[in-house]
Design a protein. Structure first.
Length: 273
């Protein structure tokens, strides 16, 4: 997962709105969002079933990385939420590091106390390449930054998280946060299509606004838009998660080809228990 926009108590009907894009190499095999069955092993080619209901055996809703077995974003039927972004740090990536995708899955499977999981993150952060982890529930959401070994608790407001710190002044984060904040204030009848339009914005930053993260300028430019399109790497999926005042969750995930065409859509609606 490479970009997240989060609105907490900014819309009259939805106290939590998350709009997120997962950017990844197109050749990396992926399973669409589905309710995981216990400690299921990744099965290439197994399809998710839209409208599946959570049960005792099916509590975690998420896509799956079929290479390492983890995930980038998910929710369980108790209302716990987690999502991951990698911190861009060329030259510091270790090929033998533990997969970061397990951090999302472990939090949602274990349903542990927030402070207990934060302690685990702090104690184990050197085992992983750099990451941000959004985790918690409707009552309390936090973002842990493994590079700085720090945590930010999210209060009411609109947030953006990508491949640096929370609310880093990157053009695409500023653009997305502004659009989400404006939309939340302008209408009561939330249309999730507007959130997908936000996530589909492929406008790159101006050259003089590009962040300097240590990668070649042509890649800084390519990665500077909210929605990324290229032959080898780009936005693989967009996800909208809404939780309303009645504790009803709405999840929609759209998958994309390397040219940005929609290849699959999965929708799940369920009550948080």
């Amino acid at each position: 997962m490479c970009i997240l926009f989060i609105a907490i108590k900014q819309h009259p009907l939805y106290p939590l709105i998350i709009a997120a894009n997962r950017d990844e190499f197109h050749k990396r095999p992926t399973q669409a969002a589905h309710f995981w069955e216990g400690d299921e092993k990744p099965l290439a080619g197994k399809e998710s079933i839209a409208g599946e209901k959570p049960s005792d055996e099916k509590k975690l809703l998420a896509g799956k990385d079929l290479t390492a077995g983890g995930t980038w974003m998910g929710i369980n039927n108790a209302g716990s939420i987690a999502a991951l972004t990698n911190i861009r740090a060329p030259g510091k990536e270790r090929p033998n590091a533990v997969t970061r995708g397990e951090l999302v899955a472990n939090f949602l499977k274990q349903n542990v106390d927030h402070s207990e999981y934060l302690k685990k993150l702090e104690d184990s952060h050197l085992q992983y390449n750099g990451y941000n982890l959004l985790f918690g529930d409707l009552k309390k959401l936090q973002v842990y930054n493994s590079f700085e070994n720090t945590v930010d608790e999210l209060t009411d407001g609109v947030y953006g998280l990508s491949n640096a710190n929370l609310n880093s002044p990157w053009p695409k984060l500023d653009m997305g946060r502004s659009a989400l904040a404006k939309y939340c204030k302008s209408t009561e009848a939330l249309d999730h299509e507007h959130l997908f339009e936000l996530l589909g914005n492929n406008l790159p930053a101006n050259d003089d606004e590009l962040p300097n993260t240590g990668i070649p300028v042509e890649w800084e430019k390519k990665l500077s838009s909210i929605f990324i399109t290229s032959e080898e790497y780009g936005t693989r999926s967009s996800t909208v998660l809404l939780i309303d005042e009645q504790q009803q969750a709405y999840w929609e995930e759209r998958s994309f080809s390397s040219t940005g065409e929609i290849t699959n859509t999965v929708v799940h609606k369920f009550a948080i228990s």
